[in-house]
Ligand binder design. Structure first.
Ligand code: ADP
Ligand code: ASP
Ligand code: MG
Length: 408
């Protein structure tokens, strides 16, 4: 019998009706002769609701207590789904992350899975039960409940698939696969039959929230076949795999964007060794992660230095940077938290010239000013004003003809 791990996201278990539909789907998979481990997210909106509740108590809740609170969302969904399965005559048992012995480090709110002891789950499977595990959570070595960061149920699913040597890890969601870009922004976006781990990793890191970054990293590392499918429609979905020769070769596989960006500039800093570290050191010490960095070539003895951070960290970064500016004798600090990042992703970029110039010309033709640029082997990212997100993504999607199937 094949062992499958299936993960159902928040909208897929968003109401009792949805949970009952999911239960029927799971029963059908089992009746077809498969063993299944199910991972569920909290019902849609629940994690946000819990975060909001905590904010009503205090602005910065204790991370340990926040994890105790947030993990309840997934726990509710596991119990309801198990009940729905039992009602259909399908034996099922629910587990929290801790009960399923998903051991993580102690980094509350962004913990990493270190180990999974699959023995308990294996026993249930052998006894003919469907195992329903709460996603997004685990337990550290001291017995504290931890959570894995937003979207973390994807990672729970992949980690369980690796630990129990599942045949495939299937991520069921509210879209029927991975598209050339978010189909909610570009209705013409095309579903991809396959995408490589490398490309999916770039897409996820650059803002496509369809899969959590860690889940893709994990699946790539252990070579777990990972598939994104719809909870509501039949179909093959998108398979995420290693690159192979028979794979459709697109130059650009997709466009990702990130709305959570903000940029800060420190103007007129001395052009001397050690300045970058004097600026970014305090930012890192303040627990602010920096994404893009641009330093201008000095015209005289001073230069400007710009970097981007998560929008949630903008205010904190600005305070730190003003202090740094005083210490360095910089001229001014400027910032903008109404910017976004659009990125083109594709392994074919390695061997094709002219992608960047087409990208820049397309944006220019739409009157979109590019504020920052960064490139790597398989991606080009630009920072532009927030108001240009939809226009920019749609124009690029059209310019690179991403809506066209590859073989036509
Ligand atoms: P779930 O609750 O099932 O985990 P998410 O909201 O986390 O679902 O992820 C699914 C969403 O990801 C889709 O509804 C879609 O809007 C968005 N998305 C962003 N980029 C893409 C893409 N390239 N392909 C498919 N979906 C995408
Ligand atoms: N419920 C968590 C979130 O909303 C985890 C997940 O859905 O994967 O981020
Ligand atoms: Mg998700």
């Amino acid at each position: 019998m094949a062992l499958l791990v299936q993960k159902y996201g928040g909208t897929s278990v968003g109401s009792i009706e949805c949970i009952e539909k999911v239960a029927e789907k799971i029963k059908a998979t089992r009746d077809a002769g498969n063993d299944v481990i199910i991972v569920v997210s909290a019902m849609s909106g629940e994690t946000n609701r819990l975060i909001e509740l905590s904010r009503q108590v205090c602005e910065n809740p204790d991370p340990r207590e926040l994890d105790v609170l947030l993990s309840t969302g997934e726990q509710v969904a596991t119990a309801l789904l198990s009940m729905a399965l039992e009602k259909l005559g399908c034996p099922a048992i629910s587990y929290t992350g801790s009960q399923a012995r998903i051991l993580t480090d102690s980094a509350h709110n962004k913990a990493r899975i270190k180990d999974i002891d699959g023995a308990r789950l294996r026993k249930d499977i052998n006894a003919g039960r469907v195992v329903v595990v709460a996603g997004f959570q685990g337990v550290d070595e001291h017995g504290n409940i931890t959570t894995l960061g937003r979207g973390g149920s994807d990672t729970t699913a992949v980690a369980l698939a690796a630990a129990l040597h599942a045949e495939e890890c299937q991520i069921y969601t509210d879209v029927d696969g991975v598209y050339t870009t978010d189909p909610r922004v570009v209705p013409e976006a095309r579903r991809l039959d396959r995408i490589t781990f490398d490309e999916m990793l770039e897409m996820a890191s650059l803002g496509s929230r369809v899969l959590q970054i860690r889940s893709v990293e994990f699946a790539g590392k252990y070579n777990i076949p990972l598939r994104v499918l719809s909870s509501f429609e039949e179909g093959e979905g998108t398979l995420i795999t290693l690159e192979d020769d028979g794979m459709e070769q697109a130059i650009i596989s997709g466009i990702a964007f990130n709305r959570d960006e903000a940029k800060l500039t420190i103007l007129g800093v001395p052009d001397q060794p050690g300045v970058a570290s004097k600026i970014l050191g305090p930012i890192a010490d303040g627990n602010v992660e920096v994404d893009m960095i641009v330093q201008n070539i000095a015209e005289d003895s001073s230069t400007d230095f710009t970097f981007t951070v998560h929008r949630n960290d903008y205010d904190r970064a600005l305070i730190i940077l003003r202090k740094v500016a005083d210490e360095l004798g910089a001229r001014e600090v400027a910032g903008d938290n109404k910017i976004i990042k659009i990125s083109l992703v594709g392994v074919g970029m390695r061997s094709h010239a002219g992608i960047a110039s087409t990208m820049f010309r397309t944006l220019a033709d739409e009157g979109i000013n590019i504020r920052m640029i960064s490139t790597s082997e398989i991606k080009i990212s630009v920072v532009v004003d927030e108001k240009y997100l939809e226009l920019g993504v749609r124009a690029l999607h059209e310019a690179f003809e991403l809506e066209r199937p590859l073989d036509s």
